[in-house]
Design a protein around this ligand. Structure first.
Ligand SMILES: [Zn+2]
Length: 365
């Protein structure tokens, strides 16, 4: 959505002027003359005439990824996303007056899950693969995190979930600099990302992975979709020292860190849940879901149409069914909630133990 409360925060991403006005269907800059169209559900505030060297895979391949990421329908915050969301809430302590930014929001699921708790929830991303629930509840802005279209000191709080690991170092620095600029003094921001560091518990964690790989070899399930999702992870901040140094450089003071040594989590994700998906997704649904879009003849599609019943399809199907069960808040919902709490034990028990995945709460100095 594009609520009225969003407009006072905006500034021109092309020339940084605050001199903006609204005409039918667009926001215009009085200084440089750029126009920013309002689309259904979100506002396009991408900088005009700028060329950036780096473009995220999610932007470059948005259309192709759209189907695969299965982003439009939102499930409740459960499993790994549930653990992230619960920790986010603990660290940021939202209040009803907070103006909050989800920078690099993706489908804006975290923004949507928490929008009701705050005064204004803004989601910002260069790709516009927004979930339906986000379009209904979150102020959505298509923008580039290196030149955010928001005035200085606009936000009380903000967060960045699964974002930094996708960027090269110069983009990370620009991202953090802009984050610091748009936060109010004393404003707080949570980052969830990961470095290349290994958990001290890795040998034990690997047991779950090996068990998962065994099931893959036996054809019970596969990890295609995960592999695709992680295919552009750069992890330019290689160590925890790199993370702290980048924060300091941006003027963001670390307040609290919680590491995620994924002992329980890996077991749940690589064994328990995959087995569940394999069982639930195994049977084909009625043929009406077998939508085959005819590609334009010149496009030379690389995707094989014949064996679409691969792991990805099966997993998406399983997810769709899970979501059906979850809407009803029955046994499946409460079971998954219990599994989520089990995964969260990783934070309670090992959150102090330095490892690759981290939640970092920082404060603007
Ligand atoms: Zn301008």
């Amino acid at each position: 959505m594009i609520p009225r409360a969003l407009f006072p925060l905006l500034q021109c991403p092309t020339c940084q002027a605050r001199d903006l006005y609204v005409i039918a269907g667009a926001v215009c800059c009085g200084a440089c003359g750029s126009t920013y169209p309002m689309h259904s559900g979100y506002l396009d505030m991408m900088p005009r005439g700028a060329e950036f060297g780096y473009v995220s895979k999610y932007v470059a391949e948005a259309a192709q990824l759209a189907d695969e990421l299965d982003y439009r329908e939102l499930a409740p915050p459960l499993l790994a996303a549930g653990v992230r969301n619960r920790e986010l809430l603990r660290l940021l302590q939202f209040t009803p007056n907070d103006v909050v930014l989800d920078s690099g929001c993706g489908s804006a699921k975290f923004a949507a899950w928490n929008a009701e708790q705050v005064g204004l929830m803004v989601g910002s991303d260069p790709a516009t693969l927004f979930a339906d629930a986000a379009i209904a509840q979150v102020a959505l802005v298509q923008s580039d995190a290196r030149v955010l279209p928001f005035a200085d000191h606009s936000f009380d709080k903000g967060f960045s979930i699964d974002v930094l690991e996708h960027f090269p170092r110069d983009v990370i620095d620009a991202y953090l600099r802009e984050t610091a600029r748009v936060l109010k003094p004393g404003g707080r921001f949570v980052i969830f990302s990961n470095t290349r560091e290994r958990s001290p518990l890795q040998p034990v964690i690997d047991l779950s992975r090996k068990l998962g790989q065994l099931f893959v070899r036996l054809g019970v399930y596969d990890f295609e979709r995960e592999a695709r999702r992680k295919s552009d992870h750069l992890k330019a901040l290689e160590t925890w020292e790199d993370v702290l140094e980048a924060m300091q450089q941006a003027g963001l003071k670390p307040v609290r860190a919680v590491f995620w040594n994924s002992l329980f989590t890996t077991f749940v994700e690589h064994v328990l849940m995959k087995l569940g998906e394999a069982v639930v997704g195994r049977t084909r649904p009625t043929p009406r879901t077998a939508v085959v879009t005819t590609p334009p003849s010149h496009a030379a599609p690389a995707a094989p149409a014949a064996d679409t019943d691969n792991g990805t399809q099966r997993e998406i199907r399983a997810r769709q069914r899970f979501r059906g069960y979850l809407q009803r808040r029955g046994v499946v919902y409460y079971s998954l909630h219990a599994v989520t709490l089990m995964m969260e034990l990783d934070l309670w028990l090992f959150g102090w133990m330095r490892s690759g995945s981290y939640f970092l709460l920082v404060e603007k100095e």
